[in-house]
Ligand binder design. Sequence first.
Ligand SMILES: [Cu+2]
Length: 342
Amino acid sequence: MLRLRGIKTDAGRKRKSCTFATNLNVRKATAISALFLLVVFAVSNSHYAYADSYEVVIKKGAANPSFDPQVERPEEWYTPTKLTIKVSDTVTWINEDHEKHTVTSGMSSGRTGFVRGDLGTPDGMFDSGLFQEGENWSYTFTFPGTFSYFCTLHPWMFGVVEVEGEIPNYPQNGEGVMIELPAMSLTPKPNYHVGTAWSPKVLKTGEQVTFINDFFDRSGTKKEHLLRYDFVIIQNGKEVHRSFGFSEYGADIKNFVFTQPGPAIIRFENVGGEKDNNAEFTTIVYQGSGEMSADAIISKNKQDPTLIIAGLYAAIFGPLVGGVAVWMHYWKPWRKKKDGSI
Ligand SMILES: [Cu+2]
């Protein structure tokens, strides 16, 4: 019995260990399938899973308009000046200089611009605000395009981030999710169904967009006629377009050319002449093919030194040449010679 029990126990142990082994296998299988799912997820969401981080350094002395720590040319205040990344990658700017700087999206004015009092043109897409030595600032790029930036304190400092990624071929909302056109929304009080469809379906800078706007009553079946509304477009918190319109039995049409990429809000305000009776839609505007490339932006800024030197020559030698002319005009021996007299 004892032996048998022993055998039983052994068998039990064996079984137990067998069960344990099975558990292990189950765990292994679970782990493997979890890993597999993770890989599938990673592949299907590759631009999230493989999002990279990049660094741009503002080196010591960067505030100096003629400073370049690498090539001793005034071209690299942000190092590197041109950075190429992919959608969803993050860039961190590190301030190693002893002065405060900003990373502000938009076009720098260059040194010649600065001399004329032009402090650059921010486009509102991103702005670090002032950050000082030892501090850094990060930004994640969520859509493709070429984005120039500069320092608002030292507007000759400029850099470019080139974000590679595919432009979708379908209409999108502000989060980049595909939507059906016409997009529909309801105003709060009184209720009107507002519909808008835009053509082309993918919005790009520099290309005319036609918005076809339709208005229906509360039931959504009867078209409104001669209903007043304001058509407003907002980008980066700024109103870039406002016009008023009247609904028609057909539809009311508005044309607009976007000059700036990024998320946009298409808002219908004061619908039916009622204050704050609004409906809005979000979408994304992509960079059109007519936009400047990163290299074009850089070479445009590189022209500055030549202009500065030409300006300096004019400033120094202009009065000198003028002075010599005046001197030649009034210097008697010369005048006598010129006159032909002895
Ligand atoms: Cu600066």
